[in-house]
Design a protein around this ligand. Structure first.
Ligand SMILES: Nc1nc2c(c(=O)[nH]1)N[C@H]1C(S)=C(S)[C@@H](COP(=O)(O)O)O[C@H]1N2
Ligand SMILES: [Mo]
Length: 327
């Protein structure tokens, strides 16, 4: 088949070195293995005095062909947030409510064996072992902005595959209108689940068209490595145009349902966190403005973009909806 699109290459090949080699890390050994690039990365810590950056098994990635608008959404050329910040500044309440405490609290979290049960309104319910999930589709690199509802943001080079690949496997029925997700519930392994700080297990949901959207991925790695526990190992959702709360970590259950499923932060505080939670600078959180964000690693703040800068790819999903009501 003739190659009519630009070569499919991972960000290590197309990002200027001063951007990709940011902070105290660098990558070595990138090997372009063909027109559909399968490349192994090795990121090496030089010296990180106050934070821990572990070397993890490397992953290989491909980028599938897609239309130009969608391709633009698949990677931003904004400077990547450092691996040290991505893995030491986390929201993962099952381990610690302190962002800088999550990495150490989660460091011994065991993610093998692991199963993800996919069921509900489907023709072929199936429980997948994590290693079978990893074989479902080629792993792709997606460089996405992540905007937390708290007002900070990062740029993260995820590795993963589209959620729609998994959903197609189980053959959704036409009665399935939403997808519900659930994090592991195991207080012996997730120490904060012995407290009542949230209603456990953490649950989230997407409308079916949001779940099938090509930007919506299940991430299994970042920075060319398998996913660290603090970032939601072994598999977590990433929905880049929504606040980070929607990107549920360490998933064990995916259920296709007819009605809008519950969402942990909405249960916690319904007037502050809505089901959609689309990034929107024009809809303030009741306790703070959402107009600006602090990009971790930068000084000062920058304007927050509608749909986190992914309007071209996703705005049509919300045509005719009042985003203030459906926040
Ligand atoms: N299970 C679970 N998933 C979760 C959270 C959590 O506390 N528990 N926090 C969410 C929030 S608020 C954000 S901003 C992102 C943070 O992802 P990161 O730590 O990988 O940057 O994870 C989301 N997913
Ligand atoms: Mo968040």
């Amino acid at each position: 088949m003739p190659i009519t699109k630009p070569p499919n290459i991972p960000s290590s090949e197309i990002t200027p070195q001063h951007v990709y080699f940011n902070r105290r890390m660098f990558m070595r050994g990138a090997v372009l293995a063909g027109s559909v690039a399968a490349t192994g990365f090795l990121y090496r810590r030089l010296n990180t005095p106050s934070t821990v950056v572990e070397e993890r098994p490397k992953l290989s990635v491909v980028t599938p062909p897609t239309d130009e608008a969608m391709r633009k959404g698949f990677r931003t050329d904004e400077a990547l947030t450092s691996l040290a910040d991505i893995t030491n500044y986390n929201n993962f309440y099952e381990f610690d409510t302190e962002k800088r405490g999550v990495a150490s609290a989660a460091q011994n979290f065991v993610t093998r064996p692991w199963q993800v049960a996919v069921a509900g309104l489907v023709n072929k319910p199936k429980t997948f072992a994590i290693d079978d999930l990893l074989k479902l589709a080629p792993q792709e690199e997606r460089v996405y902005r992540l905007r937390c509802v708290e007002g900070w943001s990062m740029v993260i080079p995820w590795i993963g595959f589209p959620l729609n690949t998994l959903l197609k496997q189980v053959e959704p029925l036409s009665s399935a209108k939403y997808v519900a997700f659930q994090t592991l519930l195991d207080p012996s392994r997730m120490p904060n689940q012995t407290t009542g700080v949230l209603d456990w297990p953490y649950v989230e949901g997407l409308r079916m068209d949001e779940a099938m959207h090509p930007l919506t991925i299940l991430a299994t790695g970042l920075y060319g490595q398998t996913l660290p526990p603090q970032d939601g190992a072994p598999i977590r959702l990433v929905v880049p145009w929504k606040y980070g709360i929607k990107s549920i970590k360490s998933i064990v259950k995916v259920t296709l349902v007819a009605d809008q499923p519950p969402m942990t932060w909405n249960i916690e505080s319904p007037n502050e966190y809505g089901f959609y939670s689309n990034v929107n600078p024009n809809v303030d959180h009741p306790r703070w403005s959402q107009r600006y964000e602090h990009r971790i690693g930068e000084f000062g703040s920058r304007p927050t973009l509608l749909f986190n800068g992914y309007a071209e790819q996703v705005a049509h999903l919300y045509d005719g909806m009042d985003l203030r009501v459906n926040f």
